[in-house]
Write a new protein. Structure first.
Length: 240
C-alpha cells in the first residue's frame, strides 16, 4: 500500500525567496563519528543563524548504526564497528558504494513538520531513481524507498534507500542513504531497519543491472533535491 505521505504538499519546502543551500561532496570515506560531530556543530550554527543550510554527500567506511528504535537482536554478526546514534530509525549499514546525503536544513524557514519533511526526503529519492528509470515507492509500514522485485516472486520488494533523521531546534541532520554499489552481503549481518519478512530484502542500482557511477547519482540527486527543496550553491571545498 502506498503511504499517504505521497499526497502531502511538498512545495512549502522550497524555502524563502533567495534562500540557497550549500553543497559539499567528500571524495574520501568519512569516519562516522567525525561526520556526526560535524553535523552537530553545523546544525547548531544554522540554528543560531551563523551558517548556511547544507547538504553533505559522502561515503562511510563499513559501519553498523542503530537509531533510537533499534533493537539489540537486530545485530546478528558484528563484523564491523557498531555505533548507537541519536537519529530516528533502527539498525542499518553504511559503507563504500552507498551514497549518504546528510541534510542540514532549518525547518522554521520552510515547514516545521517532521512527517512532511520525511515525505520530502522520500520524494527526493524517488526523483533521483527516476533519472535511471527505476520506480521507487513508499510503503505504509516501512520508511524508506522500495522497488518491486517480480523476478524474485510475487510480493517481493527490496529496499534501495534508507532514511533516518534527527532535529534540534528545528534544524535537521542525518538524512538519506542510496545504495549505488555497496557490498550487499554486509546487510546480512543485521535485520535492516527491523524488517524480518523474507519477501523484503535490500538492493542497489548496480544489483538491478544499472552500471551507474556515484557521480551519476550525485548529478541526479542534486537535481531532485533542488526540485523539492530549492536552489543550492556551488560545491564547497573539502575544508569548508
Amino acid at each position: 500500500m502506498v503511504n499517504s505521505r505521497e499526497t502531502l504538499d511538498l512545495t512549502t519546502f522550497a524555502g524563502p525567496p533567495g534562500n540557497a543551500v550549500a553543497w559539499r561532496i567528500s571524495e574520501q570515506p568519512v569516519d562516522y563519528a567525525e561526520a556526526t560531530a560535524f553535523m552537530e556543530a553545523r546544525a547548531a550554527a544554522i540554528a543560531a543563524g551563523e551558517a548556511a543550510e547544507l547538504v553533505w554527500l559522502l561515503e562511510h567506511p563499513p559501519v553498523y548504526t542503530s537509531g533510537t528504535s533499534g533493537k539489540p537482536d537486530d545485530l546478528r554478526d558484528p563484523r564491523f564497528p557498531f555505533i548507537a546514534t541519536g537519529r530516528g530509525g533502527q539498525v542499518t549499514y553504511h559503507g563504500p558504494g552507498q551514497r549518504v546525503a546528510y541534510v542540514m536544513l532549518d525547518l522554521k524557514r520552510r515547514r516545521p513538520d517532521v512527517r512532511a519533511y520525511v515525505a520530502a526526503l522520500e520524494e527526493t529519492i524517488i526523483r533521483t531513481l527516476d533519472a535511471f528509470n527505476v520506480r521507487g515507492e513508499r510503503r505504509e509500514d516501512r520508511v524508506g524507498v522500495w522497488v518491486r522485485r517480480p523476478d524474485k516472486g510475487a510480493g517481493f520488494e527490496d529496499k534501495i534507500a534508507a532514511i533516518g533523521v534527527r532535529l534540534k531546534r528545528w534544524v535537521t541532520f542525518h538524512g538519506i542513504a542510496i545504495n549505488v554499489e555497496p557490498d550487499l552481503s554486509h546487510f546480512q549481518a543485521i535485520v535492516p531497519c527491523g524488517v524480518t519478512d523474507p519477501r523484503y530484502g535490500v538492493t542497489s542500482l548496480v544489483d538491478l543491472g544499472l552500471p551507474v557511477t556515484m557521480a551519476d547519482v550525485d548529478v541526479a540527486l542534486r537535481q531532485a533535491f533542488e526540485s523539492v527543496f530549492g536552489a543550492t550553491l556551488a560545491s564547497l571545498p573539502e575544508t569548508a
